[in-house]
Design a binder for this molecule. Sequence first.
Ligand code: ASP
Length: 342
Amino acid sequence: MVKFIQFLPLMILPLSFLSCLPAQNADPDYVLVIHGGAGVIRQSEMSPENEQLYKSGLQEALDAGAAVLAAGGTAEDAVEASIRLMEDNPMFNAGRGAVLTNLETAELDASFMSGKTRNAGAVAGVKTVRHPISAARLVMDSSVHVMLAGEGADIFASEKGLEIVDNSYFVTEKRLLQLRSIIAPEKNEPGKKSEPLIKKHGTVGCVALDKAGNLAAGTSTGGMMNKRYGRVGDSPIIGAGTYANNATCAVSCTGHGEFFIRNVIAYDVSAIMEYSGKTLADAAAFVIHDKLAALGGTGGLIAVDRNGNIAMPFNTDGMFRAYIKSNGETAVEIYKTPNNGK
Ligand code: ASP
């Protein structure tokens, strides 16, 4: 007993020292994750100027969303703020700078989901609304529907006061050249059909956890280059391209949309967590690296769970992605890393 009392100070000292250290594993108050598309994105093929433009575009979108969350704003407001900036940035395949249909027009898709209410909204094939993500959010917040398509969606957005632009606003010189370079072989070889360009997906997306513990997800895209006009991908489809549930996670996808629809990718991550108790990292990695890859699908996703854990798996060469947590952790990444976005 005497011996124990003699050693007591020596035992307490290290413990009191440990209690002074910041709690390393404390859950962050808020988290924001964004993506700017996945695909054949290789450092060897990227100019330093373009790399800088992508990084600054991601950083700007990250900062805008994080500012909303830091000020105590909602996950929905943060997601919308981030995505609107990426829609305005011609580097990304959403809003201005979107990829083009086989008719050289822009047809835009977007969706939004709140993890708190599990309410959702989406627009498909809009041609004149400058910020499709805001139209999707308005469908969620101010209509009794979940998805509006085509002209009706454009008119709805206009009636709700969103900015309307001519379709040519979205069409950049760079995208026109890209489209014409892939449809040229078709003209030279009659009968040969060019396929939608799936080498580089540039869709944008954002998921967030706010200080109140609520999750939200949004996705916005021009779809796939040279898509047949009228084609709708996964991005505006709740459960395929976007999903959020406070009980599990918020997810936004990017990749070859047809495969994401067939695998119901975004919902699958949530369902695996809900029904099998897997962690977000395990569920997301399984869905992208096993299920999607098994059918030949390419792409990736970003996700955050209710504890602020994140996952950013992709099975392509790269994925434009970035995240920030209230505890100061942050990164902007483009290429494959050793853990491949896990
Ligand atoms: N998923 C989008 C689509 O298929 C494209 C992309 O993510 O780049 O429309």
